[in-house]
Design a binder for this molecule. Structure first.
Ligand code: AOF
Ligand code: ZN
Length: 367
């Protein structure tokens, strides 16, 4: 195996490790470090670390602590450029220098203005050999939320749509129809748990009365903030969302007047309002996503309904598309899906597909 094939193999392992804490590191990205050296003629991982839950300590610090003296002369694989700033922890780039690491192989560059090339510069100035950009695209996929927030100053948006075999997303009369099965539902709950925010429109909130929590065994404590786009403040006080607002955060974006009495009623139930601009009676989505990013929230999972999906797509605000396609048709007066597997806009490229029971799930990302 050539050196670079070996590098890619360890980097691929580090990228998988980084995914362990995805969605659980607050405003910090979940990154990983592996420390590898030769022991008795074989390459051995002598230290590993992933950004801790909550965001600190950083991956490098943990991997170096595990490696101890074995770090001297070893290679460190890092999925993100090591930090260069004195934040709540000392800079990881300096910790790598002090440890005696000989070589650093990195995937993605950190766009944080306190880092952004400075981490690499510290390493090189100390005589460490640095190789950048190894499996960068793969690492960036896992870091997409963080990178979008830092580079575009808005949260990363995943749009989920469940579509029937004949390209419909529901009945026009609002009567509920099951489009996808149990296995897909679990998959959706897992995706929710990886997100900072779940977003739906008021129409869906009223019609389906969902709770939007994550109820998978082992993930019950991982429910993200639930955000309802409710321009005219129609969300009923008796809805499941409002009734559970004391257990799981419920945020509302509305164009209703500040002195609208329904604001106080909803607030008394535990709901919070986030500042939202409206143009022509419609909530301004780019500003909303900027507001969420400014609060350190990196990922939003958009779950419906059709109008919300249309709006995000029309404004070019969808970064990732998750299409669940069920096995049956919805007959009669049904609502067309804004996109189906056959009409995915060319701005998206397929990145993954899987069969889930009788359904299939296709994932696309913006090119
Ligand atoms: C690393 N290793 O494991 C992570 C890094 O608030 P602080 O001090 O924890 O710094 C947050 C920044 O650290 C964050 O914006 C990003 O630049 C970097 N994340 N860096 O060296 C890590 N999670
Ligand atoms: Zn660090």
């Amino acid at each position: 195996m050539t050196a670079s094939a070996l590098d890619r193999r360890y980097m691929a392992a580090a990228i998988r490790l980084a995914r362990w804490h995805e969605g659980r590191t607050g405003s910090n990205p979940s990154v990983a470090t592996l420390i590898v050296r030769e022991v008795d003629g074989a390459n051995v991982i002598v230290g590993r670390g992933v950004t801790a839950i909550g965001g600190r300590p950083h991956a490098e610090a943990q991997a170096l602590a595990e490696a101890g003296d074995l770090a001297r002369g070893a290679t460190a694989y890092v999925t993100l450029e090591p930090c260069a700033h004195h934040g709540r922890t000392p800079p990881c780039a300096e910790a790598l220098v002090t440890s005696g690491i000989a070589r650093v192989v990195a995937a993605a560059t950190d766009p944080d203005e306190r880092v952004s090339g400075r981490g690499y510069a510290i390493l090189r100035a100390a005589g460490i050999e640095v190789e950048e950009g190894v499996l960068a695209a793969e690492a960036e996929r896992g870091l997409a939320g963080y990178l979008t927030r830092r580079m575009k100053n808005r949260t990363h948006v995943t749009l989920k749509l469940a579509v029937s075999a004949n390209g419909k997303i529901g009945r026009r009369d609002g009567e509920q129809v099951l489009i996808t099965g149990e296995v897909s539902r679990n998959q959706v709950h897992a995706l929710r748990a990886l997100s900072d925010v779940i977003l739906i429109g008021a129409g869906t909130a009223i019609n389906d009365d969902p709770e939007l929590t994550c109820r998978l065994p082992g993930l019950q404590d991982r429910s993200p903030i639930r955000l309802v786009l409710d321009t005219h403040l129609r969300l009923p006080l008796g809805s499941r969302l409002v009734r559970s607002a004391r257990e799981v955060p419920l945020w509302i974006a509305t164009a209703a007047a500040q002195d609208d009495p329904r604001r106080a009623e909803l607030a008394a139930c535990g709901a919070e309002f986030i500042a939202s601009d409206a143009h022509d009676g419609r909530l301004a989505l780019p500003e909303l996503l900027e507001d969420l990013a400014a609060r350190g929230l990196s990922t939003v999972f958009v779950e419906g309904g059709a109008a919300v999906a249309h709006a995000f797509l029309a404004e070019g605000l969808v970064d990732r598309l998750v299409l669940l396609t069920g096995p049956s048709d919805i007959d009669g007066d049904a609502v067309d899906a804004p996109v189906t597997r056959l009409t995915v806009p060319s701005a998206f490229r397929p990145v993954a597909s899987m069969i889930c029971g009788d359904d299939r799930i296709d994932e696309y990302e913006r090119v």
